[in-house]
Design a protein around this ligand. Structure first.
Ligand code: ADP
Ligand code: MG
Length: 637
């Protein structure tokens, strides 16, 4: 941006100036030009969408500014195919752009989604294939045009500007006479590539508009008879105000594409109309494809708010942050048209509309989960981690979210609901057990789960970063508390062993000897551990680390530390397995007395081992190595 401070690049200067595209734009253009995506038609809906956005933006501005003279001409988008010249022109009478806006909007990447898309695709070939699904806005014009000219006049300005590029690295801006520009708004002229010449024919334009832009809420006309007359292609009526029975699935999909800028099939379509205390229509969609910026820190939703068919804003956060992947339109009958941004954030009417739509989305998701488990699983795979944010952000929705939440568990590869879990609880099992970690396989392999496996107790494997947050405040489901497998004492004795599991009992070395060993270890390890205890949760492994009853879960603690929220580290409890041969042999030595060095080495090495099993390193690797060396030497004897 610093470049703009030099004279030649001063946005207020009338001098023509060439400047390079931002690096990301160049990369995007490169993909576009070499796009292997077969359906180049998509460029038109992008440019029509921009024209419609510009009209809606101006309509909104006029609400706030009564002095703004919009004249009598209705808002519209006009398409002019010119076969002779091999050009296609898309003109709108919307808000228009001044020079600085042309530079900012058409020289850089403004959309966080597009930016995230570029970061997400490593090689350009894969990216080019995805472009068609994600929609990348204005720059898609270069899929079909070898040159693009944009002439624009911002509303209320007495200047007009021209932007021009061949898509190869740079673009120019220059002043143009107002007579050569639209009276207001923007005219985009595409000089079509030879293999895209068909886009200069009325037949192609009519076909594409009918297929992709039939429900854009601004009328679209096409010049016919050499530009002497206009033919109306669409009337700009609001699809969301129609009765459900009058809308086809194809129309819903097309509208979803328009409103979301994403080109997948919606996984769920919610079309509702409320009458009574507040009147509104909502037409919202759950995408099937995960947008690249789903975890963008600002977590913006992008549902468009209308008031009596007039677009107000797409930044109102009508729906909660944990539904930010939902796209669509909410149109209120009751809000004032001139409602300000600030008031929107606190408006009770809007909050109650948002609440009603949220309830409906959750109910429809639940219905989908019941009627088509496979389709719902896809939704959960894409958006489950976001929906789970609702579990701690929105306690009033917690029960509804518990009902649709799905989990990976130790019970197999299928998604499991909490209801499934509770139904499969073992006799005398009182809690819902979970294990936190970075990935499912690693968690499932952790020694903490051994005792649970031995008793056939299912454990939820929680591997999403968000899991660490909601389990902290989770109250329980169906009267059963959530309990971490790595926290406190595992009270598993009451639950019978599963069929085929060995008892692992051995009465040659009594538990009292193991208790002696535990005390001996605690003496060696001192403050490094809060305690050394006999384990109930281990079956085969010798040791593991757990959090003390009152302390936070160990995985949770680690995740918090990574998120920069260091909690005062609590010394973990080392659990030793009385059923382990190694532990029993060491216990025998502890009871017999002597062997100080061996028992000290064993204590430190086993603590290190427990840390390694948790994905950490021994606290003092050099000391750990020395002791291992000593033990090996001894064994070689
Ligand atoms: P998006 O529409 O998602 O923001 P685009 O790449 O399609 O992304 O457009 C980038 C920006 O350029 C728009 O946000 C808008 O500010 C500006 N723009 C594009 N076309 C027009 C137009 N016809 N009128 C006014 N502004 C436009
Ligand atoms: Mg756009």
């Amino acid at each position: 941006m610093a470049a703009r401070m030099t004279d030649q690049n001063d946005p207020t200067s009338a001098e023509p100036a060439a400047r390079p595209f931002e690096a990301e734009v160049s990369r995007l253009l490169h993909m576009m030009v070499h796009s292997v995506y077969a359906n180049t038609d998509v460029f038109l809906r992008e440019l029509i969408s921009n024209g419609a956005d510009a009209c809606e933006k101006l309509r909104t501005m006029a609400l706030d500014d009564p002095d703004l003279d919009l004249g009598d001409a209705p808002f519209q988008i006009r398409l002019v195919p010119d076969k002779e010249a091999a050009t296609l022109t898309i003109e709108d009478n919307g808000v228009g752009m001044d020079r600085a806006e042309l530079i900012d909007n058409l020289g850089t990447i403004a959309r966080s989604g597009t930016r995230a898309f570029l970061e997400g695709v490593s090689d350009d070939k894969a990216g080019a294939q995805l472009i068609g699904q994600f929609g990348v806005g204005f720059y898609s014009a270069f899929m079909v045009a070898h040159e693009v000219e944009v002439v624009s006049r911002r509303v209320g300005s007495d200047e007009a500007w021209r932007w021009h590029s061949d898509g190869a690295g740079q673009y120019e801006t220059a002043s143009v006479a107002v007579e050569d520009a639209p009276a207001r708004g923007t005219r985009v002229t595409l000089s079509l590539k030879p293999d895209a010449a068909a886009y200069a024919t009325p037949e192609a334009i009519e076909r594409i508009v009918a297929a992709h832009s039939a429900h854009v809420p601004v009328p679209i006309v096409m010049a016919v008879g050499g530009g002497l007359a206009d033919k109306t292609l669409t009337d700009g009526s609001a699809l969301w105000r129609k009765a459900k029975a009058d809308v086809t699935p194809e129309e819903y999909t097309e509208f979803y594409h328009h409103v979301s800028g994403q080109f997948d099939e919606p996984a769920l379509t919610v079309h509702m109309r409320a009458e009574g205390r507040q009147e509104f229509s909502a037409l919202v969609f759950v995408p099937s494809l995960k947008p690249f910026d789903l975890f963008d820190p600002d977590r913006k939703g992008r549902v468009k708010l209308y008031v009596r068919r007039v677009f107000i804003t797409d930044e109102a956060d009508v729906l909660p942050g944990w539904l930010r992947f939902v796209r669509g339109v909410i149109d209120s009958e009751d809000l004032p048209l001139n409602i300000s941004r600030e008031m929107l954030q606190t408006n009770p009417l809007l909050a109650s509309i948002g609440g009603a739509v949220t309830t409906r989305i959750l109910a429809d998701l639940k219905k989908l989960a019941g009627s088509d488990a496979e389709a719902f699983a896809k939704v959960w795979e894409a958006f489950g981690p976001v929906l789970k944010e609702g579990l701690y952000e929105d306690t009033t929705r917690r029960d509804a979210l518990y009902e649709i939440a799905r989990f990976r568990t130790t019970a197999g590869d299928d998604w499991r609901s909490l209801k499934d879990y509770v139904e499969a609880m073992r006799p005398n099992q009182t809690a819902i057990y979970y294990a936190l970690g970075d990935d499912r396989e690693a968690i499932a392999a952790s020694p903490h789960l051994e005792g649970f496996a031995q008793r056939g107790i299912e454990v939820l494997l929680l591997a999403d970063p968000v899991d660490a947050f909601w389990v902290r405040t989770a109250m329980g489901f169906d009267g059963k508390p959530f309990h971490s497998v790595t926290q406190g004492t595992a009270d598993l004795d009451a639950v019978p062993l599963a069929e085929g599991a060995e008892g692992g009992e051995d009465d040659t070395t009594p538990d009292s000897a193991v208790a002696t060993l535990a005390a001996r270890f605690k003496q060696t390890l001192g403050d490094r551990v809060g305690d050394v205890r006999l384990s109930k949760r281990l079956a085969t492994s010798a040791v593991c680390l757990v959090a003390p009853e009152a302390g936070p879960d160990r995985q949770l603690e680690k995740m918090l530390a990574r998120a920069g929220q260091a909690s005062g580290a609590v010394a973990p409890v080392l659990e030793i397995n009385p059923g382990s041969e190694l532990i029993r042999a060491l216990a025998a030595k502890a009871v017999a007395g002597g062997e100080t060095e061996l028992l000290d080495d064993a204590a430190v090495v086993l603590l290190g081992e427990a840390r390694i099993l948790d994905g950490e390193t021994p606290a003092d690797p050099a000391d750990y190595a020395t002791r291992i060396g000593r033990l090996l030497t001894r064994a070689l004897g």
